[in-house]
Every structure is written in C-alpha cells, then in structure tokens.
Design a protein around this ligand. Structure first.
Ligand SMILES: [Zn+2]
Length: 246
C-alpha cells in the first residue's frame, strides 16, 4: 500500500473518530441538565431513606415506651391495691417506697414519650418536605428527559453508524499502522491524526518545519507532529477521505 493510500486511510479514520467525539460531546451536553437534576433527585431520595429509617427507629422507641408504661402502671396498681390491705408498719413503708419509685419511673417514661413524639413530629415535617421536593424534582427530571429523548436516540443511532463505519475502516488499515494510530490516539484525546495547514498543526497549533510539511504534502512520508505526536495529514488527504466516506 502506498504512503498516500495509508495517509488517506488514516485521515479517514481520524475524521470518523472526530465525528464520534463530536457526537459524544453533543450527547453529553444534551443530557447534562437532566443528569444534574438526576443527581439532585438522588440526594433527596437518599435523604428520604435516612429519615424513613430514623422514623422507624422512633416508632419502635415509642412502642417500647408505651409497653413499658403499661407494665409500670399495672405494677403500680398492684402495689397500691396491696398497700390498702397491709397493716404492718414496716411492710407498708417498703411498699410506699416501691410505689414512689414506680411513680417516678412512670413520670420519666411519660416525659420520654413526649420527647419522642415531638421528635417524630419534627421528623415528619422534614420528611414531608423532602418527599414534596423529590417528587417535584422527579417530575422535572421526566420532563427534561422527554425534551431530549428523541435527539439523544438520533445521536445514539449516528454514533452506532459511525462505529460501524470505523470497524470497516480498521479492517482495511494495515495492522501495524492501526496500532500506531491507536497508540497515539489513546494518549491524545482519542485522535491519532492531525491536519497540517500552512505549516501549522491544526491540533496543537505548533509550526511544522517547512521541509517536513512539504514531504507530508507530497504524500512521501508518514510523520508525526514534533509537538503533539499525531500523524500529520493534509487537507487534500482529508478531502479525499471525506469523498471516500460519503
Ligand atoms: Zn501537533
């Protein structure tokens, strides 16, 4: 294969990769807004989950307090009933002291219950706010996706067309050359070739030595830009490449 043919193939490959990159950028731009909203929605949904777990905790805490209260009240009734029947001084004093500490305990449980209920109330308010905001955001998210859905699908198709065309191209390019291209591309933002115009590399804007430019323009050599290392192709080659491509 002549150097010229190789350069044309590389130019074509570069154009295809450029197209894919542009399409991917478009895709990114189009979905950016919805993705940001998605992130915000997720933060709220996560916050909601935390609040839900906290609420479950409080419900369990309240249930335990209610049950403790019932137990202690039943005990109190029992001791009070016994106190009424007792005549002996010493036993009576012991019972009264027991009753006193039960009452203290009941008072404590009731206070704690009030605290938990207040906490539940505050939490519910917060949780409702979060739910409201997150459902608002979810609605907005759906609208934002709906707005770009068709365009995104179209771009997806174009990308898959380009990928198909690229695959066909790579089957034609000699393996060694393809490997060289891919190696450069992997280090240079996905593009292994650069257009050289008026002795200036269009990828990195650096000057190319005149004699090198001449040889590239004459399709005599496969040469890399001394600065960005991409394989240099001229406008004429990319023109040929575009004609090939269509
Ligand atoms: Zn360059």
């Amino acid at each position: 294969m002549s150097v010229r043919d190789q350069l044309v193939q590389l130019a074509e490959l570069g154009l295809t990769d450029q197209n894919i990159k542009e399409l991917q950028n478009k895709q990114k731009q189009l979905s950016q807004k919805a993705k940001e909203t998605q992130l915000k929605t997720q933060v709220l949904l996560d916050e909601g989950k935390v609040l839900e777990a906290k609420n479950n905790e409080l419900v369990a805490q309240k249930r335990k307090l209610d049950s403790d209260l019932q137990t202690e009240k039943a005990n109190l009734r029992k001791w009070e009933a016994r106190a009424e029947k007792i005549r002996g001084d010493r036993e009576y004093t012991a019972l009264i002291s027991e009753i006193g500490s039960l009452k203290k305990n009941i008072f404590h449980i009731e206070n704690k219950t009030l605290e938990v209920m207040q906490e539940q109330e505050d939490l519910e308010k917060k949780w409702n706010d979060v739910k409201k905001s997150s459902s608002k955001l979810q609605k907005r998210l759906e609208e934002e996706w709906a707005l770009v859905k068709d365009d995104l699908a179209q771009i997806e198709n174009q990308i898959s067309d380009c990928a198909g065309a690229r695959l066909k191209l790579t089957e034609k390019v000699p393996a060694v050359l393809l490997k060289r291209y891919e190696q450069i591309a992997s280090k240079r933002a996905g593009l292994g070739v650069a257009l050289v115009k008026n002795e200036v590399c269009q990828a990195c804007s650096r000057m190319i030595p005149p004699e090198l430019f001449l040889r590239v323009a004459k399709c005599e050599i496969l040469e890399q830009c001394p600065s960005c290392q991409r394989i240099l192709v001229t406008e004429e080659m990319s023109y040929v490449a575009v004609v090939h491509e269509s």
